[in-house]
Design a protein around this ligand. Structure first.
Ligand SMILES: [Fe+2]
Length: 258
């Protein structure tokens, strides 16, 4: 935050500070919060900031509510990008993100669908699906290209991707965010999900996450508001016992980012 704010920015800051303090006063009154408890919170916030996780806490608590009230309605709901996207993912023209044998315990996922104009329902030319996800054991490839890639759609907006079912994973195991969640008796876990960006002529048009029906932690994903029914893939078994399939249509708002 700069001290060289415009008069409008300064006024907005003052308004938001005042509104936040008034809301927090209500919490203090309602729960009769003691000064000692306030100081425990203050000390925690000092440690959180020193460890570099203040933004993460703000995001996990409030970012999706902010998106809900500031992004245009209609179209596929957006979701957090998360820290592990990499620009310049490799092109997977054949749709195969899974370019290795299945590991023990993994299930192949055949994911298909279309990219559509949210207003007209028609296909959008020149789109692609940029995906990254964990393997079937909840582990991201942080260095290489495993289970990452950009899959172009055809002229009808159709895509077809071969990947694996991602698994839930824990995060913040050894930092102040995890400490807070564990102290409250809440899991520091994300439900199994696939990260997606929909690109149109290389431009990002939608950033979202697709969740897996039946995944653990769908009801207790520590990112407030991340999971919603409209982003959960329903998965059906195929003839191959280690292969399931699902479909999802991405609906893009013209002229902006969902
Ligand atoms: Fe993730």
């Amino acid at each position: 935050m700069s001290s060289n704010l415009t008069p409008q920015e300064s006024e907005r800051l003052a308004t938001l500070y005042r509104a936040s303090v008034e809301k927090m006063k209500e919490v203090v009154r309602e729960h009769k919060i003691t000064e000692d408890e306030l100081h425990i919170a203050g000390d925690y916030l000092n440690r959180l900031g020193a460890a570099g996780f203040s933004r993460s806490l703000v995001d996990m608590a409030l970012a999706l509510t902010s998106a809900e009230v500031t992004k245009p309605a209609g179209g596929t709901r957006g979701n957090l990008e998360g820290p592990l996207h990499r620009h310049g993912h490799i092109l997977r023209a054949d749709g195969r993100l899974l370019d290795r044998p299945l590991k023990d315990g993994e299930t192949r996922l055949l994911l298909s669908g279309r990219v559509l104009n949210a207003q007209t329902g028609g296909p959008i030319d020149g789109t692609a699906i940029d995906m990254w996800q964990t393997d079937g054991h909840g582990i991201y490839d942080r260095e290489g290209d495993e289970l990452r890639g950009i899959v172009p759609t055809d002229d009808q907006g159709r895509y077809s991707i071969e990947t694996v079912l991602p698994r839930f994973y824990s995060e913040h195991d050894n930092d102040p965010i995890g400490e807070l969640l564990q102290a409250m008796g809440r899991p520091n876990c994300r439900a199994g999900h696939i990260h997606v960006k929909v690109l149109e002529n290389g431009e990002e048009r939608l950033t979202t996450q697709l969740f897996i029906e039946g995944s653990e932690y769908l009801d207790s994903d520590y990112v407030e508001g991340a999971v919603s029914d409209d982003l959960i893939l329903s998965v059906t078994q195929t003839d191959d016992p280690r292969t399931v399939k699902a479909s999802f249509d991405f609906r893009i708002l013209p002229g902006g980012q969902n």
